[in-house]
Ligand binder design. Structure first.
Ligand SMILES: *Cc1c(COP(=O)(O)O)cnc(C)c1O
Length: 350
């Protein structure tokens, strides 16, 4: 979370200005909260340039619920299979849920090379018709990212953008659904943003359980049940920070590119010591992943990092190694501290 946002939350915790109560105490249907939710929505619409053809929904259940909700809404009752591009752990999890719902084609799977790369751009032309194509823009665990969408499939494009949401401008009109849980790049856990092309809402079948229907949420302005009010409030403040302090997503991208370049430069300067996981062409701007030559050196690296107050660098338990997550809110100074530590470590162990 950006520190100025945390400070504002602290200052307003007991009493929202002009309201006389905490955001956690007021009704979700009260005017002050309706204004907070609308403000968060409008800020997302402005930041991303969401066109009139699309709706913004605030949901719960994280991205994992979307792994199920998306096929339930978009695949159920359709004649064509869904298509999945699996570029890492999260894409695989999305696929595993989708196959419970209906026919799914696994178009590409990077497992053979341990998810260190993306498919060739030409694959986009080979994806024929389907009920939709699901991709993961940034594989959080492997650190593999689509820098741009290399093509357009013949069917609606559905993208899990959980770990790179709002990190750069995107052309929302190209997506049938763009979704992200907030807790990586956009706010605290508890709210999931779903930007959906309005035409797709017609696919939600009437007999879906109420909470699981996109159409239901859209018809009720994300208020069919009590939305996660605090998380939406905090997400709105992060969006405000992006607009007013950072200066928009283009400026955010410049910052993110600079931060990532600083770390990858160190990785590339000491290739014997730091073995990057992702192939150079698809390195993530959000999650920098690499291994050290042995478990002992890795342990020493992590111990020294802890002493330098650098926390959270241990790679995901499923793949090991080191992972530096440098989301939007990570300041350049934090990245600089890590880069300097890596250089010092290399001087002793290189
Ligand atoms: C974290 C993450 C998820 C899972 O999100 P939950 O909110 O825990 O369900 C899904 N996809 C990606 C790309 C993620 O980074």
């Amino acid at each position: 979370m950006p520190v100025p946002v945390l400070e504002q939350i602290r200052d307003e915790m007991l009493c929202l200005p002009g309201v006389g109560a905490s955001v956690m105490e007021i009704s979700h249907r009260s005017d002050p909260f309706l204004a907070i939710q609308e403000d968060a929505k409008q800020r997302l619409i402005r930041l991303l340039g969401v066109p009139q053809t699309h709706e913004v929904l605030f949901l719960q259940g994280g991205s994992r619920l979307q792994f199920s909700m998306i096929p339930m809404n978009l695949l159920r009752g359709q004649s064509l299979a869904a298509k999945y591009l699996v570029t890492g752990t999260w894409g695989k999890s999305a696929y595993d849920e989708a196959i419970k719902e209906g026919p799914v084609d696994l178009v590409w799977d990077g497992k053979a090379t341990n998810y260190d790369r993306l498919p060739e751009p030409s694959i986009w032309d080979q994806i024929g018709s389907g009920s939709y194509l699901h991709v993961t823009s940034n594989e959080t665990i492997q650190g593999v990212q689509f820098q741009d969408l290399p093509g357009m499939p013949a069917c609606p494009l559905v993208c899990d953008s959980s770990s790179d949401f709002l990190h750069r401008p995107v052309d929302v009109s190209r997506y049938g659904i763009l979704y992200a849980c907030a807790q990586k790049n956009a706010g605290p856990a508890g709210v999931t943003v779903l930007v959906i092309e309005k035409g797709l809402l017609q696919r939600s079948q009437k007999d879906l359980p109420g909470y699981l229907s996109f159409r239901n949420h859209a018809e009720n302005d994300s208020m069919w049940n009590t939305p996660p009010t605090f998380a939406i409030y905090a997400l709105g403040l992060v969006a405000k920070w992006l607009e007013e302090t950072v200066g928009g997503l283009e400026a955010m991208l410049t910052r993110n590119q600079k931060k990532a370049r600083r770390l990858y430069d160190v990785v590339d300067r000491y290739p014997q010591l730091y073995q990057g996981h992702a192939q150079t062409s698809c390195r993530s701007l959000m999650n920098v992943t690499f291994r050290l030559p042995s478990a002992e050196v890795e342990k020493a690296f992590l111990k020294g990092a802890q002493e330098a107050m650098l926390d959270g660098l241990k790679g995901h338990r499923s793949v090991g190694g080191i992972r530096a997550s440098i989301y939007n809110a990570m300041p350049e100074e934090g990245v600089e501290t890590l880069a300097c530590y890596m250089e010092q470590f290399a001087a002793h162990h290189g």
